[in-house]
Design a protein around this ligand. Structure first.
Ligand code: DAH
Length: 346
């Protein structure tokens, strides 16, 4: 009986098929109820007890090998390139799983789209920056806490105690791109700058050391705070819905004067109060203001002739509100169960 099994093993391992019919013959010959292997199992019942162990093992091996061979022949047939021979045009196509865009990309594209409709171009700057573009030219006082080691990832520092315009660091905000644009272009300037930013923060549901921002800048003659407000209202209604209300609260940034923070009415409860807006009816979404004359002058723009506004917002925050994601870390974990949910959002 061992001999028979060995012979079958050999036959199976060199068996070739060229069509589904031949594959079916293989199955009938070896694996079906009337096939060789079933036959052998029947024969096996009658063999002497001292042989049972050895033959039993061999027989199980044969059965497994036959099944494996069947599976691999089937796969071979299914995936074989038929282009050289006859094509079966009625054969269903293989499923082609499509991916999805990352929610951060979706929201970034949407924001870029909204601003490009009102004449804003897109500009980008380096992630590895110098102190001059991230802080000094944006009117940060030398001792400003945002320059501190606790917030900023430094790559090179001239001095351990004092900051220096030549220090090299990872940008902490996309406002640095404002500076680069103003250094290189003459007004009128109307641009938005999406990008990655870095801060030395402990990672939690609400904070991450890497995140994304979009910066906006508009410089021309006679640009006023009313222009800023109207632009932001347009933006908020495009992104969060036609019914959205905005409110501007006075704030402080070194590079704008006056400065404000913008809240939008909570789209989830319609402003009535819910746990997302912490029962205030409002959600904070961005910082903004009129570009400080010191910043214009530092970038070579005549502050007597030109005025402008700027704003900056976190993309994760905008995406959190839009898709009601309550943990920032989800954006960075690449868990397909999370990402797959954005398949239909385009
Ligand atoms: N750069 C600020 C931040 O990272 C955001 C910001 C506020 C940008 C006001 C601006 C602005 O352009 O005018 O928190």
């Amino acid at each position: 009986m061992i001999n028979k099994i060995e012979n079958l093993l050999e036959e199976i391992s060199s068996y070739k098929v060229n069509s589904l019919q031949e594959l079916e013959s293989f199955r009938l010959k070896f694996l079906s109820k009337k096939g060789h292997i079933t036959e052998l199992f029947e024969e096996f019942r009658g063999i002497s007890a001292d042989l049972k162990r050895e033959v039993g093992q061999k027989l199980n091996e044969l059965k497994q090998k036959a099944q494996d061979r069947y599976n691999s022949l089937k796969l071979e047939l299914e995936t074989r390139d038929d282009s050289a021979g006859e094509n079966d045009l009625t054969r269903p196509a293989f499923p082609y799983p499509s991916g999805s865009r990352h929610p951060i990309s979706l929201v970034r594209r949407e924001i870029i789209d909204i601003f490009s409709r009102i004449g804003f171009t897109v500009s980008e700057g380096p992630e590895i920056e110098d102190d001059n573009h991230v802080f000094t030219k944006l009117n940060f006082a030398p001792e400003h806490p945002a320059r501190d080691m606790q917030d900023t990832f430094y790559i090179f520092r001239n001095s351990a105690e004092d900051s220096d315009p030549d220090d090299i660091l990872l940008r902490t905000h996309t406002s640095s791109v404002q500076v680069r644009v103003m250094e290189n272009q003459k007004p009128p300037i109307r641009t938005i700058s999406p990008g990655r930013v870095f801060r030395n923060e402990a990672i939690s549901a609400r904070a991450h050391c890497i995140f994304h921002q979009i910066e906006g800048l508009y410089i021309d003659e006679n640009v006023s705070f009313a222009d800023l407000k109207q632009t932001l209202l347009f933006f908020a209604r495009e992104l969060y819905g036609k019914e959205t209300q905005i409110r501007l609260r006075p704030s402080y940034f070194p590079f704008t004067e006056p400065s404000a923070e913008m809240d939008v009415s909570c789209a989830i409860c319609g402003g009535k109060g819910c746990n997302v807006c912490k029962y205030t009816g409002w959600l904070e979404v961005l910082g903004c203001g009129m570009v400080h004359p010191n910043v214009l002058e530092a970038c070579g723009i005549d502050s007597k002739k030109y005025t402008g506004f700027a704003f900056g917002m976190g993309i994760e925050r905008a995406a959190m509100l839009k898709y009601q994601v309550n943990d920032l870390r989800l954006y960075f974990e690449n868990d397909l169960r999370f990402l797959d949910q954005f398949k239909t959002a385009f």
